[in-house]
Design a protein around this ligand. Structure first.
Ligand SMILES: Cc1cc2nc3c(=O)[nH]c(=O)nc-3n(C[C@H](O)[C@H](O)[C@H](O)COP(=O)(O)OP(=O)(O)OC[C@H]3O[C@@H](n4cnc5c(N)ncnc54)[C@H](O)[C@@H]3O)c2cc1C
Length: 421
């Protein structure tokens, strides 16, 4: 369908599908369509593809998780029902097989998380793009989608504005964090303008702000708190608890554990203005054991020395000082109970652009089950731009792959129904 394509020369009567967004969701959609012999042109605003995917690779690229499917699906919380059909057709096993087919061996880490053997995204992305090119997918970088003009897609390119007429379009534009990698959420007003129901983009898997003292900031910013237990209660009164690692920063908390509970904490801050979390700093010692240890004669030792002798680290002592008065600091029962349940008030999330992922975006009610926009027949959406969220652990990428695959299948069904296949 050459008169549609921006750069092709030869006569091609196959339908043209325009995919906009070259992250994992757009790329797997391109693969699914190209596998079926469909003519695919993929556009991306950035000078190269998969930049956020490459960034995910810096942390080892936790691509999926091996827990049983019935547990896996619960990670999508309120959106589990919507994600179910997508993940049933493209689950963790499917993703590992797919990677293996690309020559990328994966392994299961101790927590059940799955990583490529090389712990990097670049070899996988390179092999993938190579295979897509061989399948005939054409890439157009530096093409920023700016909306529609009648039935044509419009792009800003270094050569000026370009219009493309496609038989179907698949948007995989990402969420609203790490704008410098391409996912800037600038698509939001474009879809809003055509009446698509969207939920506000909000940070997910994000850091939080708390009001540390100067001492805390100067002494402990950048220090990890390993093996601690974090508890919080969401606005519906549900209690959340998880063990893991936190990272203290100048402004508050980052790290896997706070990301894991970021949704209930964020929701509490949104409804109540702040959220109080509690941290068990020493989960493997009971309060009684701690009290017994701390009650040993102190002699002439300073409190810090006394606590250190009883196995309390300086970061833990300084955290106690953050929440207890000088008088309370002398009360060993108070210290023991606070070590087991340190209350911290979090006042805000860190800015959305810093978040690992975002929630919000295209509301599921704005799409058919095949992820086609009701307001724009022939236009499908996939990936992080849809309104779902999940913790880290490989659930984000798996859902991006699964939804990209699902939307591509939807495109094929729609083209067939329109007699264009
Ligand atoms: C630091 C970090 C670490 C992460 N680690 C993990 C991990 O280990 N495991 C995991 O599961 N997930 C991880 N993630 C999340 C994961 O990378 C994302 O969820 C995933 O990349 C989203 O895929 P996507 O295809 O929906 O969108 P993206 O990967 O964001 O791709 C969207 C693409 O659309 C393009 N685009 C946007 N707007 C336009 C426009 N108007 N015109 C043209 N092109 C446009 C962008 O340039 C971009 O290439 C991590 C994220 C970050 C930031």
């Amino acid at each position: 369908m050459n008169q549609h394509a921006p750069s092709s020369q030869s006569v091609d009567t196959r339908p043209l599908v325009a995919i906009i967004g070259g992250g994992p969701a757009g790329l797997i959609a391109a693969e699914t369509l190209a596998d079926a012999g469909i003519n695919v042109e993929l556009f991306d605003a950035m000078p190269s593809l998969g930049r956020k995917f490459l960034m995910a690779g810096r942390g080892g690229l936790n691509i999926t998780h091996t827990e049983p499917f019935e547990d896996f699906i619960t990670r999508y919380g309120e959106r589990s029902a919507q994600m179910l059909p997508m993940l049933q057709n493209f689950d963790a096993n499917h993703l590992r097989l797919w990677a293996a087919n690309l020559g990328i061996e994966t392994f299961v880490g101790s927590s059940g998380r799955v990583f490529p053997r090389e712990m990097k995204a670049a070899p996988l992305l390179r092999a993938w793009l190579h295979r897509l090119r061989a399948q005939g997918v054409r890439f157009h970088v530096r093409h920023r989608w700016t909306g529609w003009e009648q039935q044509q897609l419009t792009f800003e390119t270094p050569e000026g504005v370009r219009s493309v007429r496609a038989d179907a379009t698949l948007l995989a534009l990402g969420g609203g964090s790490w704008a410098k990698l391409g996912s800037d959420g600038a698509w939001y007003p474009l879809l809003e303008a055509v009446g698509v129901l969207l939920q506000p983009l909000r940070p997910a898997n994000c850091g939080f702000i708390t009001d540390w003292s100067e001492l805390m900031q100067s002494r402990h910013a950048g220090e990890p708190l390993k093996g601690v237990m974090l508890s919080c209660t969401d606005p519906q009164g549900k209690h959340w608890q998880q063990k893991g690692e936190l990272m203290l920063t100048r402004y508050g908390l980052e790290g896997g554990l706070i990301y894991a509970l970021s949704a209930p904490i964020r929701d509490t801050i949104e409804t109540q203005g702040s959220a109080v979390i509690t941290i068990d700093l020493i989960p493997d010692r009971s309060e009684q054991q701690l009290l017994k240890a701390l009650s040993k004669p102190r002699g002439s030792r300073s409190l810090s020395n006394h606590l250190r002798r009883q196995g309390i680290k300086s970061i833990q002592t300084d955290l106690l000082r953050e929440v207890l008065s000088a008088e309370q600091m002398q009360d060993m029962a108070q210290l023991a109970s606070t070590l087991k349940s340190l209350p911290l008030t979090l006042t805000a999330t860190r800015p959305m652009d810093e978040a690992i992922s975002t929630t919000g975006g295209v509301d599921f009610s704005a799409m058919t089950e095949d992820l086609m926009l009701n307001k724009r027949p022939g236009t499908f959406c996939a990936g992080e731009m849809l309104d779902w969220e999940a913790p880290t652990g490989g659930y984000l990428l798996t859902a991006c792959f699964a939804s990209g695959h699902h939307a591509a299948k939807g495109v094929m069904k729609w083209l067939a129904a329109e007699n264009r296949l």
